[in-house]
Design a protein around this ligand. Structure first.
Ligand code: 3EB
Length: 344
């Protein structure tokens, strides 16, 4: 199996900007991204996907501009809209549940089936990162919590497609939005990423059935070669979980501190698999906050831990979202790119 991005392939590069900066930059033909993911604003642009969550702390929506080859093809596969430069693929599902009679498990299963079909059609068979946004994630959906229903459909689609549903699953996050569509965004490529687990946590794909009949399908992080000697680290949504249990129920400050411990532990595990040197301070995060009133205290604690002038704080975006367990108050995800090579 090839483990590096072939010579001549346009390298993938990501840039975290405010949405306004991103739009201005993309208007310049020399900096046109192949696709973009925004945090906190609906994309009204064919190449930007937005997520309908409120930006907290009076700050601006942010966007990740993904740059790759300049010859872009776009298309749809079932419910998936995608863009590709022939080497990298960014796809989006925006499913209005009310327009479909099915339950969330069936919808998730269909979305993921189409997602894997799109990857095969585009010749990008390796998932690098998935972002899942579920309306009313903690609500009951006819006898089972909606997040658990989603997990059932997602895992089944992975199994049906012959994709790794346990060890080797992609990095991901799953957050609850208050309204809008089931939104799934994904990045895929031609070189398999290297999954990374957190030694402080039970792998989510091995969670006991107390958390639902089918376990969540994600790895704690993934390392992915981007070409041009760069390695990406995609850190999945990370929260105050030790082993498989939520810790510090009701204690915001302790949940933030435990989340930071988990982020540092997964970064340390990633650094053992690459010559690149990743740090939390040099990553681009999204901070999901259940109760908007908690956001100022979370920001202050992160500033103290990471430095107010750190790249992490300068690039952070705080979004109002429900976390997949109702006892979690905060979840943080991040990505970073550094020079280096993988150690497989
Ligand atoms: C956790 O550690 C918190 O279902 O894709 C984090 C990242 C979480 C991804 C997912 C869920 C997911 O279990 C929740």
């Amino acid at each position: 199996m090839s483990v590096a991005v072939a010579a001549g392939v346009p390298p993938l590069r990501v840039e975290r900007l405010t949405l306004a900066q991103g739009l201005a930059r993309a208007a310049d033909a020399a900096h046109k991204p192949f696709a973009a993911l925004s945090y906190g604003a609906r994309g009204d642009n064919s190449w930007i996907s937005g997520v309908s969550a409120r930006v907290l702390l009076d700050s601006e929506p942010m966007v990740d501009l993904w740059h790759a080859g300049s010859s872009i093809q776009s298309g749809t596969t079932g419910v998936v809209r995608w863009r590709t430069d022939g080497h990298w693929l960014l796809g989006v599902v925006d499913l209005d549940e009310t327009a479909h009679g099915d339950g969330l498990a069936e919808l998730a299963q269909r979305a993921y089936r189409n997602l894997f079909e799109a990857m095969r059609q585009a010749g990008c068979p390796h998932l690098l990162r998935i972002w899942n946004y579920l309306p009313r994630i903690n609500d009951d959906g006819g006898g089972m919590e909606r997040y658990r229903q989603f997990n059932a459909g997602r895992q089944q689609a992975f199994l049906d497609a012959g994709e790794a549903a346990f060890e080797g699953a992609p990095a991901a996050c799953a957050l609850g939005v208050h309204e809008g569509a089931l939104c799934i965004r994904f990045l895929a490529g031609r070189v398999p990423p290297l999954p990374v687990e957190n030694p402080r946590q039970v792998s989510a794909y091995h969670y006991p059935s107390d958390y639902g009949p089918r376990s969540p399908t994600f790895s704690r992080a993934a390392l992915a070669p981007l070409g041009a000697g760069q390695i990406a680290l995609f850190i999945s949504g990370t929260a105050s979980i030790v082993g498989h249990e939520t810790v510090h129920i009701g204690n915001l400050q302790a949940q933030v501190a435990e989340t930071l411990e988990n982020l540092r532990a997964v970064i340390a595990a990633a650094n053992e698999r690459t010559s690149a040197r990743f740090t939390l301070e040099r990553s681009d995060p999204v901070v999901y906050v259940r109760h908007p009133a908690d956001a100022p205290r979370i920001r202050q604690q992160l500033e103290q831990a990471l430095g107010a002038g750190s790249r992490f704080m300068r690039h952070a975006v705080f979004l109002e979202a429900d976390i997949c367990r109702s006892d979690l108050l905060v979840e943080i995800e991040a990505h970073a790119a550094e020079a280096g090579e993988l150690r497989r």
